[in-house]
Design a protein around this ligand. Structure first.
Ligand code: DSN
Length: 426
């Protein structure tokens, strides 16, 4: 491939991806789209600039204007997340976790966390940030019915293991966890408590989920691009007034795990926080009510939706089961749905043991559908498309073209100071 062909290939594939999402029903729970003002902020000159350190304490000249942005952003994050300390530099949720682990632990320490099979994130695993920090991981006993740590057994484990850090939070998360009770036990044995709020950060800030910093978490990390609807990036937050802890957290991000920290994305985060202050509460409320409406609609169509007895969910996620443990039925369903124009991801459910080939379930998210203006009525339409794709097994091309027609009515980003096209003009 010569240079021109290479550029063409990239441009064509990028445009094709844009068309794919524009015409589909995007339901990956960790994804969202940019508002026009956030998109404008991340396309500015800051893209090519460096700023190491904190506002007013830089290693490079030229940072005064960016200092203005970062100072506004820190104050905004303190308001949005109701906390005394905010670092808005991290370039992702995983990098936020790496930083927090660096600040809160040392190699050889023991940490407790949710296993990846039960929904913990890969950065909580020895293959990820926990392993990079050289930590000894012990996972919580899990209540598969309630999809949360078994409080009594986890409390016992924390008392027995005496970890330095108790980490909570999941990537597969339907309900708040009993954090206060477990944080009390953690503090009793001298452990710090960290809550990874990557997925549910927008719901937390919008007052629609649990409030980890008021329920015993010393530090909360999160992504800026999932239920919190900003550009890709992360946050490290704490309500502690412990200046040493705050200093350690800042130092863990720079120079710990970031050098340049993508200044254009910081600018985008600051714009996104302004939009969140204006519209975030309503957005968070609508995400959760759409998720519940979707669970109910899918169940009415005949799908096996997890946690029906608990009204399906209290987050932005829904889990569906498509076959027995390790059947791989979730993997097949995800592929067929994509063929029909619905983008989801396969997910392990209780009983599954093979992450790549075995998942029997799907994880469905409502952040993007909510962001483009869909409500309870459209969740019923979406459930019907699921039924046509997976239960009636209609011709995928027919379903796909009906979905593209349906989706053409939902092409505008809402909950923004300035509404605009949800997908790039192609
Ligand atoms: N793996 C992502 C997810 O939950 O989809 C988060 O990093």
């Amino acid at each position: 491939m010569n240079p021109t062909q290479q550029v063409d290939a990239v441009m064509q594939a990028s445009a094709a991806s844009g068309r794919h999402y524009r015409d589909s029903i995007p339901m990956i729970a960790s994804e969202n789209i940019l508002s026009p003002l956030v998109a404008e902020a991340i396309q500015g000159d800051l893209h090519g600039r460096y700023a190491e350190g904190l506002p007013g304490k830089r290693y490079y000249q030229g940072c005064d204007d960016f200092d203005t942005i970062e100072n506004i952003g820190i104050e905004s994050a303190q308001r949005v997340f109701n906390c005394r300390f905010a670092n808005i530099q991290s370039i992702s949720g995983t990098v936020s976790n790496m930083g927090a682990l660096k600040a809160l632990t040392k190699p050889g320490d023991t940490i407790t966390a949710v296993s990846t099979a039960d929904g913990g994130h890969i950065s909580h695993h020895p293959m990820g940030a926990v392993g990079m920090r050289g930590l000894n991981l012990v996972t919580y006993p899990w209540d598969e019915e309630r999809m949360e740590p078994d409080v009594d057994a986890a409390s016992k484990l924390i008392r027995t293991e005496q970890p330095e850090l108790c980490l909570f939070g999941q990537s597969v998360i339907l309900f708040p966890i009993p954090l206060q009770e477990l944080a009390d036990v953690a503090h009793e044995v001298g452990a710090r408590v960290m809550y990874d709020g990557a997925h549910v950060l927008g719901l937390i800030a919008g007052g629609e989920f649990q409030d980890p910093l008021r329920e015993g978490a010393d530090v909360m990390t999160g992504s800026s691009h999932k239920t919190f609807p900003g550009p890709q990036g992360g946050f490290v937050l704490s309500d502690s007034d412990d200046e040493l802890l705050q200093k350690k957290l800042n130092n863990a991000i720079f120079p710990g795990v970031c050098s340049s920290y993508h200044l254009h994305h910081v600018a985008g985060k600051v714009v996104a926080m302004a939009e969140f202050e204006a519209h975030g509460k309503q957005y968070a409320k609508d995400i959760v009510s759409n998720a519940r409406a979707l669970g109910s609609a899918l169940s009415s169509e005949g799908f096996d939706v997890i946690a029906e007895e608990r009204n399906f969910t209290a987050s932005h996620q829904i889990l569906t089961r498509h076959g027995g443990p390790d059947s791989g039925a979730g993997k097949r369903a995800a592929q067929r749905l994509e063929d029909c124009g619905i983008i989801t991801n396969m997910n392990m459910l209780p009983g599954d043991t093979k992450a790549m080939s075995g998942p029997s379930g799907l994880r469905l998210g409502t952040p993007e559908l909510t962001r483009i203006g869909m409500g309870a009525d459209e969740m019923q339409d979406v459930a019907k498309f699921f039924a046509r794709s997976l239960l009636s097994e209609e011709n995928p091309e027919t379903v796909k073209s009906d979905i593209a027609r349906f989706k053409s009515e939902f092409q505008t980003v809402k909950y923004a100071i300035q509404e605009g096209p949800a997908y790039p003009e192609i």
